[in-house]
Design a protein around this ligand. Structure first.
Ligand SMILES: Cc1ncc(COP(=O)(O)O)c(C=O)c1O
Length: 338
């Protein structure tokens, strides 16, 4: 039995899905979506708020402010509500409607940036807005997940040791890259570990994180329009870039086996399966990290009209178990702005 009195005290740390029956290759998927924030971001949020508390940065009247594509915003909303802080989340129009509503239900305020910056994209526009808020009123406290060491330290302290405990023979670890907090925390931990582990970062095509050309990305979570300041490529062995169409296909394939995961899980699984397919992996122990679950993506990744409007009618084939008539007319998607 687990009994808690604050929501951030609970996190399922020991759950893995064996993907061999679904994809035909052995990959253990670490599920990070089972906590009261519904994502891996609860760990980073907790670490950053605790550090700010200890440093005396948060005072009565302080307002936490953060730029987030959604999940960190939900996690900070949970913690702010639990600790009695006010929180303003600055997000953009790609943030899922349900994610925004969740933050508001938890008592947070949400500001949606509608126009990307000409150079820095949506992320640049969000960060500019946060900077201008902080300059206008010193009650705002910006934890800044893009530079805050607590972001990667959370995973160095919890996620990576949890994997190491369960997989003492681990050979390769696949981690999606957003702010690169998860990636850098795990990569730093395994660099110091008892045996060499290949660290494979998974990113979306259109992200500039590892030097790729900027392009349209519709799925929140992974990828960046500005190079993440936390990233140190010295710790990364390889990078897999995944097209969003392949992300969608992996998400639907998992869902058709009863596992409803979010977009970045689809990206990581797709990248990992491509990597495994091109290596001799008979005895390889491979783990991938699934940052969240799929409910937040019901009106995007799992919504036929949204999919057709963004990617065209052929995005899903019968191989993904998609049973909608591909020739049915595309109706207007009314739930989400894009
Ligand atoms: C769903 C999802 N996946 C992946 C990530 C990326 O994690 P990180 O920022 O640690 O790189 C995030 C971060 O917000 C996320 O929300």
């Amino acid at each position: 039995m687990s009994v808690i009195s604050v929501p951030q005290a609970f996190n399922e740390e020991d759950l893995y899905v064996d993907l061999r029956p679904i994809f035909g290759r052995s990959l253990f998927l670490k599920c990070e979506g089972f906590n009261f924030a519904g994502s891996i971001k609860l760990k980073a949020a907790n670490e950053m708020v605790e550090a700010a508390d200890r440093a005396g940065v948060l005072k009565p009247g302080s307002v936490l402010v953060e730029s987030s594509s959604g999940n960190l915003g939900v996690a900070l909303s949970v913690i702010a509500a639990s600790k009695g802080y006010r929180f303003l989340c600055v997000t953009d129009s790609r943030c899922n409607l349900s994610t925004r509503l969740m933050m508001e239900a938890l008592g947070s305020r949400v500001h949606v940036v509608a126009e990307p910056d000409a150079v820095g994209g949506f992320l640049g526009a969000r960060i500019d807005f946060v900077r201008s808020l902080c300059a206008s009123d010193d009650r705002y406290v910006w934890l800044n997940q893009y530079t805050n060491p607590g972001n990667w330290k959370a995973h160095y302290r919890t996620t990576a040791p949890a994997i190491a405990r369960e997989f003492p023979q681990l050979d390769v670890l696949f981690v999606g890259a957003g702010t690169t907090g998860t990636l850098m925390g795990c990569a730093r931990y395994f660099r110091e570990w008892q045996r060499p582990v290949r660290i494979v970062a998974v990113d979306s095509v259109g992200s500039v994180t590892f030097g790729g050309a900027p392009g349209r990305r519709m799925i929140p979570g992974l990828g960046a329009s500005i190079r993440p300041p936390l990233l140190d490529e010295f710790y990364v062995d390889e990078v897999m870039n995944v097209e969003e169409m392949d992300t969608i296909r992996a998400c639907h394939r998992l869902a058709r086996h009863g596992f409803l995961f979010g977009g970045s899980t689809g990206t990581v699984v797709s990248g990992a399966m491509s990597w495994l397919a091109s290596h001799d992996t008979r005895d390889v122990i491979a783990v991938a990290i699934a940052p969240d679950l799929g409910e937040r993506y019901l009106d995007t990744i799992f919504h036929t009209n949204w999919l057709r409007a963004i990617y065209g009618k052929d995005v899903l084939t019968p191989a993904e178990g998609h049973w909608h008539d591909p020739d049915a007319p595309v109706r207007t998607c009314h739930r989400i702005a894009f």
